[in-house]
Design a protein around this ligand. Structure first.
Ligand SMILES: Cc1ncc(COP(=O)(O)O)c(C=O)c1O
Length: 401
C-alpha cells in the first residue's frame, strides 16, 4: 500500500535520504497493510476501498485518438509546440463553454504531467525559503510536501464539519501567506465550495497579496445534477489564482499522466520556467488524445458517473445499515464517514479490516483534523463494492447502540 507519506526509509543498507525526506511524517498504514497481507495469506479476500484510482478505463475516443496520434512519428520527438498549442486551445474552449471563463491559450493555460506533478512543483517555482503557505487539514498530502520541499512553511487550515469542511477565509487575512491551497470538490471530505466562498477567498487574497491554488481534480465527478463552480469565475481570480484540472478522475485516465493548470499568467510562467529545467512535458500523442477526449468524451463520462453513483448508493446504504453517519456528498470519488463510538480512526479501520475484510483510509492519515472520520473510495469494481455493501450489513450490529 504505497502512499505519498511513505517515510519508512531503506532497511537494506545506509540511509542516504536527505533531511527533507526524513522530516516527512511517518507512514501510518503499515499496520493495516500487514493485517491485509495476513488475511490474504489465509485466503480471505479483502475489498480495498482505500485508494482513489479510477478503474473504469479511458473513453474509447481517447484510446482511438491515442492510437492514431501515436502512429505520427513527428509526435515521438520532444513534445512540439504545435501539440501544446492545440491542447491549450481546446482547454480554453472547454473552460469557456463549461465555466464561461475566458483564458489566453498562450499564457493562461499549460499542460502538466498529471496535476500531482504541477501541484508539487508550483511551490518550487513561486516560494522562497521561509515563505508561508496555508494548507487544508485534512488534505491531499502533496500540498504540504511541495511546500516543504521548496523550503516553505506550512500553516494548517482546519476543515471542520460545522463549516461544511470549508476553511475560515479569515486565516488568509491573519497569516498573509504567499500561497493558499484550496481543493474543491474536496479530497478526502467530499465537500464542495460555492461560488460565494471562492469570491470571498479571492477578495482576501487580493487584500493580502496572496495567491490561491485551487485543485479542481474532482470538478467533473459530480452527482445529482451538481455543477461545481470554478474559482476562475470569481471577479479578479485571474490576478490571484490558478486552478488545476485532471484527466485522471474526469475520464479515468490516471495512468496517462495528463492535466492542466489554468489562470494567473505569472504563476503559470514561473511554473513553466521551473518545468523547463526539470522535465520535458507530456508525450505529444497523449496531449492530442487528451484534447480529443475533452471535446468528444462526455457521453462516456456520463456513463462513468452513473456507475460511480451506483457504487456510492451501495456504500451509503451499507453505512446507514451500520448506523454510521456520513457526509452525503455531491461530488468526488469518496465517501467521508464518521467513526462510530469513541475509537480513533486507525483503530476503527483495523476493526473493519479484521471483522469485515474492508480496507478504508483512516481520517488521521490526511491530517490531525481528519481524526474521527474515515474515507471510502468508490474506484473499486462494482462487484467488489457490492461485496463490501453486503459485509457492512452483516457486521452492522457491531456499531449499533
Ligand atoms: C485532490 C487531488 N488532487 C490531485 C490528484 C492527482 O491527480 P493526477 O492524477 O492528475 O496527478 C489527486 C489524486 O488522487 C487528488 O486526490
Amino acid at each position: 500500500m504505497a502512499s505519498p507519506g511513505d517515510n519508512t526509509g531503506d532497511s537494506s543498507g545506509d540511509d542516504i535520504r536527505a533531511e527533507r525526506l526524513k522530516r516527512l511524517p511517518t507512514y501510518l498504514f503499515e499496520e493495516l497493510a500487514s493485517i491485509r497481507r495476513a488475511r490474504e495469506a489465509e485466503g480471505k479476500e479483502v475489498v480495498d476501498l482505500s485508494i482513489g484510482d479510477p478503474d473504469l478505463g479511458a473513453p474509447e475516443v481517447a484510446v482511438e485518438a491515442l492510437a492514431k496520434y501515436a502512429a505520427d512519428t513527428q509526435l515521438h520527438r520532444y513534445p512540439p509546440d504545435s501539440a501544446i498549442e492545440a491542447f491549450s486551445q481546446t482547454v480554453c474552449e472547454w473552460m469557456k463553454g463549461r465555466y464561461g471563463v475566458d483564458l489566453d491559450p498562450s499564457c493562461e493555460v499549460f499542460p502538466v504531467i498529471g496535476t500531482k506533478e504541477g501541484i508539487a512543483l508550483l511551490p518550487l517555482a513561486t516560494l522562497d525559503p521561509g515563505d508561508l503557505a496555508l494548507v487544508p487539514d485534512p488534505g491531499y498530502p502533496v500540498y504540504s510536501r511541495g511546500v516543504w520541499f521548496a523550503g516553505g512553511k506550512v500553516e494548517w487550515m482546519p476543515l471542520k464539519e460545522d463549516r461544511g469542511f470549508l476553511p475560515e477565509v479569515g486565516l488568509i487575512e491573519r497569516h498573509r501567506p504567499r500561497l493558499v491551497y484550496l481543493n474543491y470538490p474536496n479530497n478526502p471530505t467530499s465537500a464542495v465550495a460555492t461560488a460565494d466562498f471562492y469570491r470571498l477567498a479571492i477578495n482576501a487574497a487580493g487584500r493580502t497579496g496572496s495567491y490561491i491554488v485551487n485543485d479542481a481534480a474532482y470538478s467533473e465527478v459530480a452527482f445529482d445534477g451538481y455543477d461545481a463552480p470554478s474559482i476562475l469565475q470569481a471577479p479578479g481570480a485571474r490576478e490571484r489564482a490558478v486552478e488545476f484540472h485532471s484527466f485522471s478522475k474526469t475520464f479515468s485516465m490516471a495512468g496517462w499522466r495528463v492535466g492542466f493548470v489554468a489562470g494567473n499568467r505569472h504563476m503559470i510562467a514561473s511554473l513553466r520556467t521551473l518545468k523547463s529545467n526539470v522535465d520535458s512535458g507530456v508525450f505529444g500523442a497523449v496531449l492530442m488524445a487528451a484534447a480529443t477526449v475533452i471535446r468528444e468524451g462526455w457521453d462516456a463520462h456520463r456513463e462513468m458517473i452513473e456507475e460511480y453513483a451506483r457504487r456510492r448508493a451501495i456504500i451509503f446504504d451499507g453505512l446507514r445499515a451500520c448506523g454510521i453517519g456520513y457526509h452525503e456528498s455531491l461530488a468526488t470519488l469518496y465517501v467521508w464517514a464518521r467513526v462510530p463510538g469513541s475509537k480513533g480512526s486507525m483503530e476503527f479501520a483495523r476493526n473493519l479490516l479484521e471483522e469485515a475484510g474492508i480496507l478504508v483510509t483512516p481520517g488521521i492519515g490526511f491530517g490531525k483534523s481528519g481524526e474521527g472520520y474515515f474515507r471510502i473510495s468508490i474506484t473499486c469494481p462494482t462487484d467488489q463494492v457490492e461485496i463490501a455493501g453486503k459485509r457492512l450489513h452483516e457486521v452492522s450490529h457491531a456499531w449499533k447502540g
